[in-house]
Ligand binder design. Sequence first.
Ligand SMILES: N[C@@H](CCC(=O)N[C@@H](CS)C(=O)NCC(=O)O)C(=O)O
Length: 219
Amino acid sequence: MKDIRLVIGDKNYSSWSMCPWLLLKMFDIEFEEIRITLYQDNTAEKLGPYSPSLKVPVLLHRDITVWDSLAICEYISEEVLTYAGWPNGSKRRASARSVSSEIHSEFPALKKEWPMNCKASYRLKPSEELVDEIARIDAIWSCCRRRFGENGNYLYGRFSIADCLFAPVAVCFDAYEAELSGEANSYMRHLLDNPFVQKWILLGRREKEPLSIAYASTA
Ligand SMILES: N[C@@H](CCC(=O)N[C@@H](CS)C(=O)NCC(=O)O)C(=O)O
């Protein structure tokens, strides 16, 4: 058995699962992936032995269980990467933690109206609330790139946890055709070109599980 196990949902739909998966892949950390199909009659039964919240993702490391995507990324950074998951320098780290927490806890319209679906590719008209949220994400991306992006093409130059948190957003923006500024769009394209993001999307597209009705309001 591998030292680290990551329990995830369907790659096609589970946006939160993508975040720690991408972090582990980008830092070349070996782990066992346990995939559980979500929103089926037996999903809770299957998640029960792993997940106190009955949600994914969950990280199992020796006798430690961590659930919730951002907490898992923090844990990996601290325990496995000697803090390399976050950018260098207090200003960058403070900003990266803030925008990661913001996307994790806010943006209800985005989460409701544009849930992740790797197979989707069509324009889906956003509500006024979602237009405002897209503008806020555009401002975050543009501002971070301008202030902190001089050493690379990710939000804080080199790849960090902040990019993991925004990767599912990039998948949704691309799928449903969000209108973005040039700066935000070029960051999004760079993130989508990441080989592991590409791999996640490809594997998600190959999944055959049907989209359950319950999904639309919870993903
Ligand atoms: N705040 C949690 C949210 C986890 C979450 O909602 N996961 C969804 C899949 S992306 C899930 O497990 N849904 C199953 C359910 O609600 O029954 C995190 O960031 O990990």
